[in-house]
Design a protein. Structure first.
Length: 190
């Protein structure tokens, strides 16, 4: 379990996962986790107190495993998104869902993606294929993030620090539609 470790990250837009992976591999990245489906459910109280305070309680299922994550603003992010993070692996995510419901938490937002994870010194690079497009999420040491982003051809003014939910809501608002959940178009049975 992480113990309130600060999480520092940015997102970078890419035309495709193939191009993102190719560029990262050219720079010496090694695979940590091959492409896998990821399903995330953010929980909140009916009042929306967690989101209103900038906090997140999330159950993530990825690659046959599950994690419960709590994030809160950490301040001092500047051009990076910096949050305090507590995370633990969950052996029985279905039981955890029932427990969260019994405690009064309800699913507030669901988002899905395919994720491939690579690593370079000081940075973990997640290639996320979402319904909004492809993004590379760089997490790690701020200086290493900046150096890798520059090597990938991005300047600090191109960094995205919004969450996928915020990006989704902005995209829907620009079209005048309600956001709902951010779900992949998957074959039935998934």
């Amino acid at each position: 379990m992480t113990e309130g470790a600060p999480e520092t990250e940015i997102k970078l837009p890419f035309p495709s996962a193939a191009e993102a992976i190719e560029r990262l591999r050219e720079l010496g990245a090694n695979f940590l986790h091959e492409r896998a489906f990821e399903d995330n459910v953010a929980y909140d109280l009916p009042s929306g107190d967690l989101r209103a305070a900038g906090r997140l309680l999330r159950l993530r299922r990825y690659g046959g495993r599950a994690w419960l994550t709590y994030k809160a603003p950490a301040g001092g992010g500047g051009r990076h998104k910096v949050r305090t993070e507590h995370e633990t692996e969950i052996g029985d995510p279905d039981a955890l869902e029932r427990l969260l419901g019994d405690l009064g938490y309800r699913p507030a937002y669901r988002y899905q993606k395919h994720r491939t994870v690579l690593a370079l010194p000081g940075v973990e690079a997640s290639v996320d294929e979402t319904p909004l497009g492809c993004f590379v999420e760089l997490e790690g040491d701020p200086e290493a993030i900046d150096a890798l982003a520059l090597r990938l051809g991005f300047s600090a003014d191109q960094y995205i620090v919004a969450t996928y939910r915020e990006l989704h809501e902005a995209a829907c608002a620009s079209r005048g539609v309600a956001a709902g959940n951010l779900l992949l178009d998957l074959p039935s049975g998934r």
